[in-house]
Design a protein around this ligand. Structure first.
Ligand code: GSY
Length: 177
């Protein structure tokens, strides 16, 4: 547990990926951000824009809105995971179909510089480096972050390459549907 603070010694910077493709997607993301900040040991310190993104995994489902937020937190990784699950549950997330549609999805992408390989939690998120819908918003907040295992590669560089090569549409959301 890392509780000193608020926002002070012992607090860690983490990045969370938010996604929604059911219901009022803009509202779902807004409510998720609100609920994430409910515990006094978590503050959102930066938000990317919203991106409208073509589904990855199960392709026959509505397009997503995705966003990445940077948080500062005094929660341990597993405590943060518990908060994430509470937020997903409060917003009606049902884990019915793997890769399937969801009102809200919150993924812990990065937690400080930690590498976590647990049964319930893997950080960095194991699939984040291949997903343009994660890296494009992350590149707004942390463009120069190095990509593990790819010497000299940054989040911004990899995002650009994935946007070119993945064939998946990832575009800034301008509203209206
Ligand atoms: O892992 C997040 C849920 N998800 C998404 C998503 O958030 N956006 C896009 N574009 N495709 C996705 N496939 C899954 S599963």
């Amino acid at each position: 547990m890392k509780r000193e603070g608020p926002g002070g010694a012992g607090w860690v910077e983490a990045y969370l990926g938010l996604g929604s493709n059911q219901g009022d997607r803009v509202e779902m993301l807004a409510r998720a951000r609100q609920l994430l900040e409910r515990p006094p040991v978590l503050q959102i310190v930066a938000e990317s824009g919203l991106y409208e993104t073509e589904p990855v995994g199960l392709e026959d489902q509505p397009w997503f809105l995705n966003q990445v937020v940077r948080v500062r937190t005094g929660l341990s990784p597993l405590e943060l995971l518990a908060v994430i699950r509470q937020v997903e549950e409060a917003l009606g997330r049902r884990r019915l179909i793997r890769w399937g549609p969801r009102t809200i999805d919150v993924d812990m992408l990065l937690y400080g510089g930690e590498k976590i390989d647990g049964p319930d939690l893997e950080v960095p998120h194991p699939r984040m480096w291949e997903r343009a819908f994660v890296l494009a918003p992350l590149a707004e907040l942390a463009p120069d972050l190095p990509v593990p295992g790819l010497t000299g590669e940054t989040v911004a560089g990899l995002a650009k390459r994935l946007l070119r090569e993945s064939g998946k549409v990832v575009r800034i959301y301008l509203g209206g549907g």
